[in-house]
Design a protein around this ligand. Structure first.
Ligand code: FSX
Ligand code: SF4
Ligand code: F3S
Length: 390
């Protein structure tokens, strides 16, 4: 049964998911050593923890709670989808956000469990063997594997950056060839989605988003790094639906990126009341006031960080008291102004405005952001008539 996007009834969706999980479960198991339940249990999580996690992911994907057992079942067949993970120009923070933790979360364990057929940070192979592994995985799982790419693709200097392997293949060609035979393509992190830090002015390596080296659809999962939940959730969504998710104007899954940081922020009441941190360490900071005046870019940024958080769900930038830097927006290094200072009424413009934008309600164009800027400026003005908290 394929999922009819016009039939939104949950009964139909439930049956379609069930059928898809059954189909996937018939594919060869790629991990013979252990089931995901075993892996989770061995790492100190109970079945109750696992179901609680599945319930949270179900809600995150905007599905009703009755779908929780299905989400849990989907995880059990997650090893049936082979994954090729490439590193382009980046800091490996995206992989690190999932993998390098003393106490792995359920998301990290799942990431570890899925069939990573090729991942340069994790695999033992090097040189010729690594190159062969990649070519072998692409050939063996042609049209079936999911391609996840971390990092921008440098096109400068005739694309000679990231030339690796025995055949001296260029990074841009490795990415383009892997994309050509993939069933689905996910750009993991802001670098892969939008170019990221290396694409910041003056962009010495000519770094571009992954979508510039393939004509196939690319789902962007930005954030520098993205949360582990948004990475695993994107995979799960594909597992369940078998199709690409609804996307916003920048090809980000709407289930994760449709709302602004500012609209889901625990400090929002202080913003509305005109109560701002005036400088780091002041009394307002101690009382958890709004961070807008010390540079929070939450009003211009679309992401679900306050819900998912980082470091095993312990905190996120605003909770930590620094504010949002806009890391899931295109070209945030260049367009979000000075760190620690507000954008005020400056218009937020990106090279993507118009080019990649569609005409949906989530058009993150100048109009919306200009309106936001006015709203922000008006609220910030309230604090001018309220004495700052000493
Ligand atoms: Fe780093 Fe990933 Fe930032 Fe980029 O993350 S955390 S520079 S988004 O590609 O490794
Ligand atoms: Fe939260 Fe930042 Fe918005 Fe203030 S400006 S309410 S800290 S997102
Ligand atoms: Fe990035 Fe802002 Fe979230 S800086 S991690 S989008 S709070």
């Amino acid at each position: 049964m394929s999922i009819d996007k016009n039939d939104t009834s949950y009964d139909t969706l439930y049956s379609a998911f069930k059928e898809r999980i059954e189909q996937l479960s018939k594919l060869p198991k790629m991990r013979e050593d252990a089931s995901i339940e075993q892996v989770i249990e061995e790492n100190g999580f109970s079945r109750r923890d696992f179901m609680k996690w599945a319930g949270a992911v179900t809600a995150m994907l905007s599905l009703p709670a009755t779908f929780t057992p299905l989400v849990a079942d989907a995880i059990k067949v997650a090893d049936r989808l082979p994954i090729v993970w490439l590193h382009m120009a980046e800091c490996t923070g995206c992989s690190e956000s999932l993998l390098r933790s003393a106490n792995p979360s359920i998301d990290s364990l799942i990431f570890d469990y899925i069939s990573l057929e090729y991942h340069e940070t994790l695999m033992a192979a090097a040189g010729w063997q690594a190159e062969q592994n990649l070519e072998g995985a692409i050939e063996k799982y042609k049209g079936r594997y999911i391609l996840m790419v971390e990092g921008g693709v440098p096109l400068g200097n005739a694309g000679s950056f990231l030339t690796i392997g025995g055949h001296g293949k260029k990074g841009k060609d490795i990415a383009a060839d892997a994309a050509a035979s993939a069933a689905a393509i996910f750009a993991i992190g802001t670098c892969s989605s939008f170019g990221g830090v290396q694409a910041a002015v003056p962009n010495p390596t000519g770094a571009v988003p992954l979508s510039k080296v393939t004509s196939k659809p690319v789902i962007n999962v930005p954030g520098c790094p993205p949360s582990e939940k948004n990475i695993v959730g994107t995979l799960l969504h594909y597992l369940l639906y078998g199709t690409l998710p609804a996307l916003d104007a920048y090809n980000r899954p709407k289930w994760a990126y449709r709302l602004r940081i500012h609209d889901q922020c625990e400090r929002r009441a202080h913003f509305d009341a005109g109560e701002f941190v005036e400088q780091f360490g002041d009394e307002g900071a101690k009382d958890g006031y709004c961070l807008y005046k010390v540079g929070c870019k939450g009003p211009y940024t679309f992401n679900n960080c306050s819900k998912n958080k980082f470091n095993q769900g312990t905190s996120w930038p605003v909770q930590a008291g620094f504010g949002c830097m806009g890391c899931s927006e295109p070209d945030f290094w260049d367009t979000m102004g000075t760190v620690g200072e507000p954008l005020k009424d400056r218009l937020y413009q990106t090279v993507f405005s118009g080019a990649g934008a569609d005409a949906t309600a989530d058009k993150i164009g100048v109009t919306l952001l200009a309106a936001t800027a006015v709203g922000v400026a008006a609220h910030a003005a309230i604090s001018a008539i309220k004495p700052p908290k000493e």
